[in-house]
Design a protein around this ligand. Structure first.
Ligand code: GCO
Length: 487
């Protein structure tokens, strides 16, 4: 390290006053208690109990037992100094008898759980950010078509109104959906997530019905909780074409359309991208988009949530060699990338997390700036960012996770760089508070800043949590002492 670099590295990037420092979780990944207090099965209960679907045969039956331990978990958050906590509400706890025709009765015990969680957070000085859908669709709705059916979006709007009416007096921010890309394409095209279907046509119908669900929920929250802000969380892709060739640019355009613009365009601009409709014309005629839908979908939001983990390298596939699928979404025959037969995702050398995702904080800055340019003035939030590493509890109960500390440090610097360049980022949520059920990977991937022993449910704060607590306390990324970090 040169003297200049050392000097520069002691400048502490400071965040704007009032910046939200949070962590994020999702109901099925942490709660457990799947059959308690009237909850009925979700698609993830069915999927995880289907042999061969989840690594190790893991299920969310117990998970982190957060349902019973939430008081301790909130105390843990308070100890770290979090100012916000993003969690999701399990729809099957709220209206367990929902079907295609009607929402069914509201389950007061289900609402009471979240109401008490909200009160506990507020008493600890932590602002709740409530995601209404993080993938645990009531199984009864999947049985009548799931997200491929319009009725699911309609029932979701009604469910959103119930939750907003019950919690809206205490919840400053509702997030309608988490990562509709995953729900639609991993759930209905590649089938590596629940419900495990492999129909491209159903996946595109799901895209639209998820967008519609967001729009209907936005209207419902406005009615029931006029003081709350409304947002949606997208896992936008940051695509790096391999070369400057027109063929690679075309590959990047296709995947950008499917992952980013098919959500951003209707939500922010009230239209579907014409090129995506043309690209997918062999799969569907999009006649499920009815008059008035895009107007519903494009109702103004107050903030956009962005989940960022890594960029995606993309190139035109020449068919001269086997296709590469280094995008982390499975190498199976069924692909989430509809009508992308000529696109491949080349592997790159360099540091990777335990998910095999490349570590590239620059993508975070670039992605935030892209969205900031596209919709000037709209508040942005990083609603997820983090990394899996194979952590162990070591001597004296310490969990040393230097790779995660470095991942968080460099990505926070990248968020700060975006803010400095004009992106209105108002908060950051580390994924995740606790090690948890990582979907098709089960408990084999640890994303937490707090370690969970799944046998005893003992929580152990990792070094990364202590690092994050220090960041929060300073409202800045602490300076790196020369010689303490390589590279
Ligand atoms: C997602 C989900 C989280 C994941 C996390 C790590 O982004 O897939 O929102 O539930 O656990 O992202 O994969």
């Amino acid at each position: 390290m040169t003297t200049t670099q050392a000097a520069r590295s002691t400048d502490a990037p400071t965040f704007p006053p009032g910046f939200l420092w949070g962590s994020a979780t999702a109901a099925y990944q942490i709660e457990g208690a799947v059959a308690e207090a009237g909850r009925t099965p979700s698609i993830w209960d069915t999927f995880s109990h289907t042999p061969g679907r989840v690594a190790g045969g893991d299920t969310g039956d117990v998970a982190d037992d957060h349902y019973h331990r939430f008081h301790d978990d909130v105390a843990l958050m308070a100890g770290l100094g979090l100012t916000s906590y993003r969690f999701s509400v399990a729809w099957p706890r709220i209206t367990p008898q929902v079907d295609a025709a009607a929402l069914g009765p509201v389950n007061d015990a289900g609402l009471a759980f979240y109401s008490e969680l909200v009160d506990t957070l507020l008493a600890a000085g932590i602002a709740p950010s409530v995601t209404l859908y993080h993938w645990d669709l009531p199984q009864a709705l999947e049985d009548v078509g799931g997200w491929a059916a319009r009725a699911t979006a309609e029932r979701f709007g009604e469910y959103a109104e119930v939750v907003a009416a019950a919690l809206g007096d205490r919840v400053p921010l509702f997030i309608t959906l988490n990562e509709p890309w995953c729900s639609a394409y991993l759930g209905y095209a590649s089938g590596v997530h629940a419900p495990g279907r492999t129909s491209d046509a159903d996946a595109l119908a799901a895209v639209h019905h998820l967008n519609l669900a967001h729009g209907l929920a936005t209207a419902a929250i406005r009615r029931a909780a006029p003081a709350s802000r409304v947002s949606v969380t997208l896992n936008l892709g940051w695509f790096r074409p391999e070369t400057g060739s027109p063929a690679d640019a075309e590959a990047a355009r296709r995947v950008d359309g499917l992952q980013n613009r098919v959500f951003l365009d209707p939500i922010l601009h009230g239209r579907y991208p014409a090129d995506v409709l043309a690209d997918t014309a062999q799969v569907t005629d999009w006649s499920f988009v009815r008059p008035g839908d895009v107007e519903t979908i494009s109702a103004p939001i107050d903030a956009l949530g962005i989940n960022y983990y890594c960029p995606t390298h993309v190139r035109h596939w020449t068919r001269e060699r086997p296709k590469e699928h280094a995008d982390g979404h499975g190498d199976g025959d069924a692909s989430p990338w509809i009508a992308c037969e000529d696109v491949e995702f080349p592997r790159h050398d360099g540091p990777k997390t335990d998910m095999g995702w490349s570590i590239d904080p620059r993508g975070m800055t670039e992605l935030l700036l892209r969205v900031a340019r596209e919709r000037p003035g709209l508040d942005l939030m990083v609603t997820e960012n983090g990394a899996a590493f194979p952590d162990v509890v070591g001597e004296g109960g310490r969990v040393a996770d230097p790779d995660r500390v470095e991942y968080l440090r460099t990505h926070l610097v990248a968020v700060h760089a975006a803010i400095s360049a004009g992106a209105p980022v108002v908060g950051y949520y580390v994924w995740s508070l606790l090690d948890n059920f990582e979907w098709a990977w089960g408990y084999s991937k640890r994303f937490g800043i707090v370690h969970v022993d799944y046998g005893t449910q003992k929580r152990t704060v990792k070094d990364s949590a202590l690092f994050y607590a220090d960041v929060i306390q300073r409202n800045a990324v602490p300076p790196v002492l020369p010689g303490t970090v390589s590279g």
